[in-house]
Design a protein around this ligand. Structure first.
Ligand SMILES: NC(=O)c1ccc[n+]([C@@H]2O[C@H](COP(=O)([O-])OP(=O)(O)OC[C@H]3O[C@@H](n4cnc5c(N)ncnc54)[C@H](OP(=O)(O)O)[C@@H]3O)[C@@H](O)[C@H]2O)c1
Length: 285
């Protein structure tokens, strides 16, 4: 049994499997989710719940956050019963959501004034990697709290790396997701060209998978196209959001600009589907 008390905010597609790794590793855990129905499975496991982020922080030593976007982070820190309302100091708050470096810097300063530490620690990998504890975790913040948090983060990932000061994890993540958006669009355009010329998706993705271009991402998303399965593992609305954040960081290169626009155009129709539903958007063109 580990003695560090952990708390988890955000029980979405990623938050559930990631927090389950802490339970598996024997950490005491309490959870909070805005929509209470998502806490039910944890209650059934005997896991405690907190009525607000502030109450969660008061009872835990290390609190993890995995929510959608900057607005969600703003609500969790500044809203009623938010983290900044907690009577708590000496805690470590680890934000694993994909958000802007700007909001990380803002809430990190507020945490410091409160007497707590903040790390941004976004992840590369999706639901499958979260379930297998094979995420890649990139961290921004101070070395002291990072070293304290590292053994816990290692329960969720295969690589945990401090990349710089507050916000550096967010910058690294947005750079990686720019590549993700470009690759998903590239695969979609490649399959579309082949299909238009009589080669089916299964044949083409099998060929790519066995070529030097083969990768776990191409395999999973190629299978999704072949099986016509666009249920979200990583919702397209999230990559649309990430490319907006990358644009705010200065993304203005040819492929980056094109990917940005494609996902913005796709979001209204396909935002709730998986990122690879971008193939439906490129087919429209
Ligand atoms: N899915 C992936 O493959 C993947 C991979 C890497 C990184 N990410 C990133 O990880 C984060 C979470 O992704 P996900 O796929 O787990 O998302 P998700 O399934 O849509 O879950 C989002 C979570 O955020 C909470 N939330 C949203 N707005 C909120 C607000 N205003 N106040 C409080 N809570 C709020 C939701 O609460 P409710 O239940 O109340 O709505 C839910 O717990 C995102 O930043 C995403 O870009 C995702």
């Amino acid at each position: 049994m580990n003695t560090v008390k952990t708390g988890w905010i955000g029980l979405g597609k990623m938050g559930i499997p990631m927090s389950q790794q802490l339970i598996k590793a024997g950490y005491p855990l309490s959870v909070y989710n805005r929509s209470k129905d998502k806490e039910e499975g944890f209650k059934a496991q005997g896991i405690g719940t907190a009525a607000s982020p502030a109450l969660l922080l008061e009872e835990a030593d290390v609190v993890f956050i995995m929510v959608s976007d900057d607005k969600a982070i703003n609500d969790i820190f500044h809203g009623d019963g938010g983290l900044l309302a907690a009577k708590a100091s000496g805690k470590i708050i680890i934000n694993m959501s994909t958000v802007s470096p700007a909001i990380s810097k803002e809430v990190a300063a507020a945490c410091k004034a409160q007497g707590n530490h903040y790390l941004d620690a976004p992840v590369s990998g999706s639901v499958k990697q979260a379930e297998d504890a094979m995420l890649v975790i990139m961290v921004g913040g101070e070395a002291g709290p990072f070293e304290q948090a590292k053994p816990i983060l290692e329960k969720m990932g295969k690589l945990v790396m401090l990349v710089g000061d507050t916000g550096a994890g967010n910058v690294a993540k947005l750079a990686i997701n720019t590549l993700l958006g470009i690759v998903a669009q590239g695969l979609s355009e490649t399959v579309t060209l082949a299909q238009q010329n009589g080669i089916n998706a299964e044949a083409l993705t099998t060929l790519i998978g066995n070529s030097a271009l083969g990768s776990p991402f191409i395999k999973i998303k190629g299978d999704a196209i072949v099986n016509n399965n666009y249920n979200a593992a990583f919702a397209l609305k999230h990559i649309a959001k990430d490319l907006r954040l990358a644009k705010d960081l200065g993304l203005a290169t040819p492929l980056g600009k094109t990917a940005y626009q494609t996902y913005q155009d796709a979001e209204a129709a396909f935002g709730e589907e998986d990122i690879i539903a971008v193939i439906k958007q490129v087919n429209k063109k």
